[in-house]
Design a binder for this molecule. Structure first.
Ligand SMILES: [Cu+2]
Length: 155
């Protein structure tokens, strides 16, 4: 155990080779925060969407109420299909009931990073802070990973 935890992260990454979705998790209060990631962006893209899963393993409800980063604007968005038209709205609070998982994923809730000045490519990270009503502020890192087909989300 001591041997494993003493390994630097870079060494672990090399041993695992090109595993694209190296999981990285966080906990805060009763919340388990899994694998914040951002698909690579095309050159010239000004915005990128961030995804992750948040599970409330506690006994009380909590809510995601904001997200911040060093980019000019960062906010929570919800993509919805309304009668065949994809719409996107800014949301300011998403409740997470005990035992429930909030999934930020393509076509649903996502973190919108706006004001990019360079393309995001695999291996880059975006430091960000998630704000929760009960668990408080949690620093995480979004890992830039290869774009999957269903992750197309440009605006
Ligand atoms: Cu968006």
């Amino acid at each position: 155990m001591g041997f494993r935890t003493a390994l630097p992260a870079a060494f672990v990454a090399i041993v695992l080779g090109c595993a694209p979705a190296l999981a990285h998790d966080y906990t805060a209060g009763g919340l388990a925060i899994a694998h914040p990631w951002v698909p690579e962006t095309a050159p010239g893209a000004r915005a990128a969407a961030g995804y992750l899963e948040i599970t409330n393993e506690g006994d009380a409800p909590d809510a995601l109420i904001g997200v911040e980063s060093d980019l000019p604007r960062t906010m929570l968005h919800l993509s919805e299909d309304r009668n065949g038209v994809m719409t996107m709205s800014h949301v300011t609070r998403v409740e997470i009931a005990p035992g429930e998982t909030l999934t930020l994923a393509p076509g649903s809730y996502h973190v919108m990073f706006m004001g990019l000045t360079e393309a995001l490519s695999e291996g880059m990270t975006i430091p960000a802070t998630l704000a929760f009503e009960e668990a408080g502020r949690v620093a995480v890192e979004f890992h830039v990973e290869p774009r999957k087909e269903e992750a197309a989300h440009d605006h």
